[in-house]
Design a binder for this molecule. Structure first.
Ligand SMILES: Nc1ncnc2c1ncn2[C@@H]1O[C@H](COP(=O)(O)OP(=O)(O)OP(=O)(O)O)[C@@H](O)[C@H]1O
Length: 344
C-alpha cells in the first residue's frame, strides 16, 4: 500500500536518515519514538507537506513523491486536528466528498454513516470550537475516513486528551478498525497505543528507524541496547557468560540461552518479584537484596535494589509495598525468571 524508500531530510540540528518502510493493506503500522525522534517530519514527508532531500514515496505502486498533498489521495490527521473553525461539524466531514464532487444525497448518507460509527451524530450542527478534545478527535477522524482513503496518517491521535477519554477512544478505535477496515500509519510515543492497536511497529530514535517488526516481537526482542532502554528494559546487566550462567561480580545469574564471553542482558522492572521470604522456585533466579531507595509513581512504586554490586530496578504496586513493609535498608528477596532476560 505505502512504500517509503530511502527518505532523508537534513536540517542543521536534525537529520532524518535513510528511512525505508512499507505499510501493507489493512495494516495498522505504528511508528514509536520519543519526542523529537522525527516522527512528524516523516509523516509530513509522506503526506507531501515537506519535501525530502532524497528518497521516494510510493502509494499503491504509484510514485507520488512529486505530487502535492491533495493529489496523493491519502488522509492526514495532524496533532492539532486542523478542523475548519468556521464550518459546522457536518460541513467539516462533508468537505472531502464535496471536493470530490460526490452527489449531495450520497454525501449526506456517508456523513450520517460515519457519524454513527464514531458516535457524533448529535454534534453535526455544532462548530468545532464548541467541542471537547475527544469530540474534536472523533470529528477529525470522521473527516479523514469518510472519503475512504487508501491510507490514513495519524499524528499522535490521542496526545491532547485526558486519560479517561484517551482510554475510551483507544478501545473504540479497535471497533472502528473492524467496522471500517482502514489502513493506518500512526505515530506515537505511547507504548499502550502501540501494543493495543499496532499490527507492526517501527521504533524511531534520533531520526533513524532502528527496528521494525510485529509488536510482540519488538517489545520482547529489541535489537539493541538503545532500543531496549527506550522500550522499558531499565535493567541492563553486563557480565561474563559461560553456557547458561552469567557471572557478575560474584553473583551468578541463570540465562535463558547459552552464551559465551562478555554479554549484556536486559530485564524489565515489572518482571522482578520482591518478597520477604524466599520463593525457592527452581525456575527462577533468586537473590537476597537490600532496598536502596523507593520512588512512588502513583499506583506503582519503583524500587531500587542492590545485590552486591548490581543495582536492579523493580516495579511493585503501592499496596504490595505496604503489605511487604518495603522501606529503605530492608533486606528482601528479588526473583525473576531466566526467560525474562533478554540477551543482546
Ligand atoms: N522546518 C524545520 N526546520 C528545522 N528543523 C525542523 C523543522 N521541522 C522539524 N524540525 C526538527 O526535526 C526534529 C524532529 O521533529 P518531529 O516533530 O518530527 O519530532 P517528533 O518525533 O514528531 O516529536 P513530537 O512527538 O514531540 O512531535 C526536531 O528536532 C525539530 O526541531
Amino acid at each position: 500500500m505505502l512504500r517509503a524508500e530511502g527518505i532523508s531530510k537534513d536540517w542543521k540540528e536534525f537529520h532524518l536518515r535513510d528511512i525505508t518502510l512499507e505499510v501493507k493493506e489493512g495494516e495498522h503500522f505504528i511508528i514509536l519514538g520519543p519526542s523529537g525522534a522525527g516522527k512528524t517530519v516523516l509523516l509530513e514527508i509522506i503526506a507531501g507537506i515537506i519535501e525530502p532531500d532524497s528518497g521516494r514515496v510510493y502509494l499503491g505502486g504509484r510514485d507520488v513523491t512529486d505530487l502535492p498533498p491533495e493529489k496523493r489521495g491519502l488522509a492526514y490527521v495532524p496533532q492539532n486536528y486542523a478542523l475548519f473553525p468556521n464550518m459546522s461539524v457536518y460541513d467539516n466531514i462533508a468537505f472531502g466528498l464535496k471536493v470530490r464532487k460526490v452527489p449531495k444525497p450520497e454525501i449526506e448518507r456517508k456523513v450520517r454513516e460515519i457519524s454513527e460509527v464514531l458516535k457524533i451524530e448529535h454534534l453535526l450542527h455544532r462548530k468545532p470550537r464548541t467541542l471537547s478534545g475527544g469530540e474534536q478527535q472523533r470529528v477529525a477522524l470522521a473527516r479523514a475516513l469518510v472519503v475512504e482513503p487508501p491510507l490514513i496518517l495519524l499524528d499522535e491521535p490521542f496526545a491532547n486528551l485526558d486519560v479517561q477519554t484517551r482510554a475510551k477512544l483507544l478501545t473504540e478505535m479497535k471497533r472502528w478498525k473492524r467496522e471500517l477496515g482502514f489502513t493506518a500509519l500512526h505515530v506515537t510515543h505511547s507504548f499502550e497505543e502501540a501494543i493495543s492497536l499496532g499490527d507492526r511497529v517501527g521504533v524511531m530514535l534520533d531520526g533513524r528507524l532502528v527496528q521494525v517488526g510485529k509488536v510482540r516481537d519488538v517489545f520482547s526482542r529489541p535489537v539493541s541496547e538503545e532500543v531496549a532502554r527506550f522500550l522499558g528494559f531499565e535493567n541492563i546487566i553486563e557480565g561474563i557468560a559461560e553456557g547458561r550462567k552469567l557471572r557478575v561480580n560474584g553473583v551468578e545469574i541463570e540465562l535463558p540461552v547459552e552464551a559465551k564471553g562478555r554479554v549484556r542482558v536486559g530485564l524489565r522492572p515489572e518482571d522482578i518479584i520482591i518478597s520477604t521470604e524466599p520463593i525457592r522456585s527452581s525456575a527462577r533466579n533468586e537473590f537476597k537484596a537490600i532496598v536502596e531507595s523507593i520512588e512512588e509513581l502513583g499506583p506503582l512504586v519503583r524500587v531500587h535494589l542492590s545485590l552486591g554490586d548490581i543495582i536492579l530496578t523493580a516495579f511493585i504496586t503501592r499496596s504490595s509495598m505496604l503489605e511487604l513493609g518495603i522501606e529503605k535498608g530492608k533486606e528482601v528477596y528479588a526473583s525473576f525468571k531466566a526467560s525474562a532476560l533478554h540477551v543482546f
